[in-house]
Design a protein. Structure first.
Length: 221
């Protein structure tokens, strides 16, 4: 026989569960709705604080451009060196260095480009002698020795207790780094290699023009 009371109890229990689920869902939705704006505000505040502590530099170039000189170049670049040097720059050495010292360690990454300046070749530096083309090239030279700013950085800096950082110290270190990079390339024979590469290229060039015999004469002292 069908028990009406038992059925009503089950129905009431299901209804109670449904009401409780609805109330919990409503509270959860209200909590999420309330907490999300707070979380978003905290995130925006954190971003603003981070930007304040670590601001991004703003670069504003002057709209006025002044061209000082325009020069025609006929340089034959025949070799490129990539050099890395460690540069130490410091002031205030001595017994009280821990008080007045300013020291930095710069990792310098630069390039050296060398070759010959074709504009220095004169008509008398090219002549034919019994079917042989004689060529006197100018001496090889370094055209540029520059730092790669994207790869050059200050690795370490120590400043004494009583010393303010010297704003010019890094500039001085970078200038010294360019000189050291140039010296390193010279010591490694960059000029000799630049001349060898220039002769190899020009030999092919003159042969393409139809000259069968080419002789390179040493540059004038």
């Amino acid at each position: 026989m069908f028990n009406v009371k038992f059925f009503l109890r089950i129905l009431l229990a299901l209804l109670a569960i449904a009401v409780i689920w609805f109330l919990v869902s409503s509270i959860t939705n209200d909590f999420n709705t309330t907490i999300k704006p707070i979380q978003q505000a905290n995130k925006e505040l954190g971003t603003q604080v981070a930007n304040l502590l670590h601001p991004t530099p703003t670069i504003i170039p002057d709209p006025v451009t002044i061209i000082n000189e325009v020069q025609s170049l006929a340089r034959l670049e025949t070799i490129r060196y990539t050099v890395e040097k460690i540069i130490t720059a410091e002031t205030g050495q001595g017994a009280f260095a821990f008080l007045i010292q300013d020291r930095l360690l710069l990792v310098a990454h630069g390039t050296v480009i060398a070759g010959i300046d074709m504009a220095k070749i004169k008509p008398e530096d090219l002549w034919l002698d019994q079917g042989v083309l004689n060529v006197r090239l100018p001496v090889s030279e370094i055209f540029s020795a520059t730092l790669d700013n994207s790869k050059t950085y200050v690795y370490e800096r120590d400043t004494g207790i009583l010393k303010n950082p010297d704003q010019n110290l890094e500039t001085i270190a970078r200038q010294a780094a360019e000189d050291e990079i140039r010296k390193a390339a010279l010591e490694d024979g960059v000029l000799d290699q630049a001349m060898t590469n220039a002769r190899t290229y020009l030999l092919w060039f003159f042969e393409t023009l139809g000259y069968k015999q080419i002789k390179f004469v040493p540059p004038a002292p």
